[in-house]
Design a protein around this ligand. Structure first.
Ligand code: HEC
Ligand code: HEC
Length: 449
């Protein structure tokens, strides 16, 4: 594992967070409607982070950068439809999960297990998340538009209401953008630098002078300190550059009272919100909060939905292999050993979801229609979702070991139905929900409705 010098890193982060929050405030207050166009200039640290984000020489193959898998032109998701991306020195090592978009990550609280719907409180309590941009996120929220309360509170399976929430990656295994950034640089199936020393040599050669100028001469004395600052710079870039969180979709314009939804989009939104129909908004939060913060379409909580296995993932050729989310294979801390966390994955944002090419943590679906259909057919008509076993019965929840199946969410609508009951959404309603999801793509132009 990477050794980070946590104490001094945190102080620095907190300081930088304060400066930025101050700078962001003025800009946001003056120009809230054209946030995308009125980007604040990047700080020197963020500029360094940007250079590193695009630098292919920092990979073992010499041809891969962060932008390869998180493509800026596709809202920081891959533009190809592969279920997993290939990395490594020869670019032939498959990953295990589809890359999430990097947009709208800055308000992600640190990982914790606690009471439901406390994502905001967790964010306030977590200094790392604070420093990765919570402050900025709340500043950039525009005023005006319909303000409504939080959607219905979800039912919970666990008696003590303690649910995992927050953290980076599909399994929440790191707490902040800063900590996250070194993972891909060293991962054997991503940028695949041999080790920290190898990465440090490259960093020192290309960015040594800049690092010294920004963080003082001593930064290069300690490789782990220098690499922690690289992570910090990458995080600052993602927090400061408004392109990572423009809030410029048609739905944002609608929330600000500047756009009208088409009848299909409006029906889709109503179905998305309705606790007895889609009930989507109970996890993918879609309301502006009382203090004017725009919704990020996630409650940052973890759920086991039991999506079907994706045979296109190379690791799945082994029938005994399972991606168990919080319980591994990547996560190895105390939470990964707690049976109630197994099979759970983080609720992703749905912003820009129509531009993603594969859906769910295993990329099993390629269309929003299929993804939405999964929710309503999983329990009412599982034969349309899962393959059959040799004996002809439906192999429901076939991407989980039996030991984890007790964790599957069978309480929250629309996943609370029984075989033979009508699905919570019919085909026409699924089309409407998809029409609504398409209003979440950034860069909406009012002249081209
Ligand atoms: C080979 C493709 C690849 C490259 C290159 C890559 N990533 Fe990723 N990234 C992924 C995958 C796959 C995940 C999800 C992994 C998981 O959940 O286990 C991910 C997740 C993330 C996340 C967490 C997002 C979330 O929703 O929790 C961040 C932040 C991130 N990457 C930033 C970066 C940065 C910064 C770089 C460059 C230093 C980078 N990535 C390079 C594939 C890549
Ligand atoms: C109980 C909480 C919950 C509810 C209700 C819910 N979702 Fe999700 N959603 C999740 C979780 C968790 C994931 C990730 C699951 C996984 O990959 O295993 C997810 C993933 C998705 C994805 C894939 C996004 C991506 O980038 O891969 C889409 C699309 C989506 N949900 C749409 C919907 C729609 C539409 C509804 C309503 C019909 C809905 N969700 C209801 C929790 C929920």
């Amino acid at each position: 594992m990477i050794q980070t010098y946590k104490t001094s890193g945190l102080t620095l982060l907190a300081l930088a967070g304060l400066c930025l929050a101050g700078a962001g405030l003025g800009i946001a207050a003056q120009k809230h409607e054209t946030a995308a166009a009125q980007a604040a200039p990047l700080s020197a640290v963020a500029k360094l982070g940007k250079a590193i984000f695009y630098d292919q020489s920092l990979s073992g193959s010499g041809t891969m950068s962060c932008a390869t898998c998180h493509e800026p032109a596709n809202h920081y998701s891959p533009a190809n439809a592969l279920p997993v991306q290939f990395g490594g020195p020869q670019l032939n090592q498959p990953g295990l999960r589809p890359p999430p978009s990097l947009a709208y990550k800055m308000a992600t609280p640190a990982f914790s297990v606690g009471p439901e719907n406390s994502a905001e409180e967790a964010a306030e309590a977590a200094p790392m998340a604070e420093a990765s941009g919570v402050a900025l996120a709340s500043q950039s929220a525009p005023a005006g538009g319909p303000v409504t309360g939080r959607p219905v509170v979800k039912a919970v399976a666990s008696a003590d209401n303690a649910v995992p929430q927050g953290g980076m990656f599909w399994d929440g295994r790191v707490d902040s953008l800063q900590e996250q950034a070194l993972g891909p640089l060293l991962s054997p199936f991503e940028m695949a630098n041999r080790d920290e020393a190898d990465l440090y040599r490259k960093i020192k050669t290309t960015y040594g002078t800049q690092l010294e100028a920004l963080f003082g001469k001593q930064v290069l004395d300690d490789p782990s300190m220098a690499l922690a600052e690289v992570g910090f710079a990458l995080a600052r870039y993602q927090v400061e550059d408004v392109d990572f969180h423009p809030y410029s979709s048609k739905y944002d314009a609608y929330l600000r009272g500047k756009a009208t939804l088409t009848p299909a989009e409006a029906r889709g939104l109503a179905l998305f919100d309705d606790p007895k129909k889609g009930n989507c908004a109970s996890c993918h939060l879609d309301k502006m909060t009382g203090d004017g913060q725009m919704p990020d379409f996630t409650d940052y909580e973890y759920e086991a939905l039991g999506v079907p296995r994706n045979p296109a993932i190379p690791a799945n050729a082994d029938p005994t292999f399972f991606d168990r989310g919080i319980c591994g294979p990547f996560r190895k801390d105390e939470f990964s050993k707690q049976p109630q966390n197994c099979g759970l994955f983080k609720t992703p944002t749905l912003r820009n979801v129509a531009t993603r090419k594969v859906y769910f943590h295993n990329g099993v679906y390629n269309t929003l229609e299929d993804t939405t259909r999964f929710y309503v057919l999983r329990d009412t008509d599982p034969g349309r979702i899962y393959p059959k076993k040799p004996d002809g019965t439906v192999d429901k929840f076939n991407d989980m070991p039996d030991s984890d199946k007790a964790n599957i969410d069978v309480i929250d609508a629309p996943m609370d139905r029984k075989p033979g009951q009508p699905p919570a959404l019919n085909e026409a309603e699924i089309k409407d929900v998809v029409a609504f999801l398409k209003t979440l793509t950034d860069g909406w132009d009012s002249k081209k409705p």
